[in-house]
Design a protein around this ligand. Structure first.
Ligand SMILES: Cc1cc2nc3c(=O)[nH]c(=O)nc-3n(C[C@H](O)[C@H](O)[C@H](O)COP(=O)(O)O)c2cc1C
Length: 177
C-alpha cells in the first residue's frame, strides 16, 4: 500500500467482533497509509439505545464527544455479518440518537463531519442496499458521504484487486472537499 499524504484528520471506527480479524487487517492497512488511528468498538462498553438513557454513563458519550472534537472524517470499518453491518456498529449507530435527544451540542458538531465506509466480507459483492443505512444516516445528520469500498481477503492477505480499490477509496476520501 502506498501511503497517501493527507492533512485530513480522520478516524477509523472498527466494528468487528474480532479485534484482530480480517476487517482489522484491512483497516490497519488504511491506517498505515493515512495515519488515521483505529478505535476498536469491541473494546468499548456501549449499550443498546435506551429510551430512558439509562446507559448514558457508558463509553458512548465520551467517545462521540472526543470524535467530534478532534476529527473531520469518520471511516466506519465493518465486517459483513448476515448481509449487513455488524451488530457492534449498528449499536453505535443506534446510540447516535442520543446526540439528537440528550447530547444535542454534540449532534450539531456531527453536522459537516464527513463519513466513509469500508466493508470486509467473504463474498466479493455486497447485496443491494448494504450502503443505504450509511448514506441515509449521513444525509439525515448533515454529514457529507465521501464513498465506500468493499474488501475481502484471499489466503489471509489483501489481494491486488482489493488493494487497487483501496487506493481509489483513499484518493476519494483524502482529497479536500
Ligand atoms: C456472523 C457472521 C455472518 C457473516 N455473514 C456474511 C455475509 O452475509 N456475507 C459475507 O460476504 N460474509 C459473511 N460473513 C463472513 C465475514 O464477513 C468475513 O469472514 C469477514 O472477513 C470477517 O471479518 P472479521 O474477521 O472482522 O469478523 C459472516 C461472518 C460471520 C461471523
Amino acid at each position: 500500500m502506498v501511503s497517501i499524504k493527507t492533512q485530513k484528520k480522520g478516524i477509523i471506527l472498527l466494528g468487528s467482533a474480532n479485534s484482530r480479524g480480517e476487517t482489522f487487517q484491512v483497516a490497519h492497512h488504511v491506517s498505515l497509509a493515512t495515519g488515521f488511528p483505529i478505535i476498536d468498538l469491541k473494546t468499548k462498553s456501549i449499550g443498546a439505545f435506551d429510551y430512558e438513557f439509562k446507559n448514558q454513563g457508558d463509553d458512548f458519550l465520551p467517545l462521540i464527544k472526543a470524535i467530534v472534537a478532534n476529527y473531520e472524517l469518520i471511516v466506519f470499518a465493518t465486517p459483513v455479518y448476515w448481509y449487513t453491518m455488524s451488530g457492534i456498529l449498528k449499536t453505535f449507530f443506534d446510540r447516535l440518537s442520543d446526540c439528537l435527544m440528550i447530547e444535542k451540542a454534540t449532534g450539531r458538531k456531527l453536522r459537516g463531519m464527513e463519513m466513509a465506509v469500508l466493508s470486509c466480507g467473504a463474498d466479493r459483492e455486497l447485496k443491494a442496499g448494504f450502503h443505504m443505512p450509511f448514506r441515509e444516516t449521513a444525509n439525515y445528520l448533515g454529514m457529507p458521504y465521501l464513498g465506500e469500498v468493499h474488501t475481502w481477503l484471499e489466503k489471509e492477505k489483501i489481494p491486488a484487486s482489493v488493494e487497487n480499490n483501496l487506493q481509489e477509496f483513499l484518493k476519494q476520501i483524502c482529497s479536500k472537499t
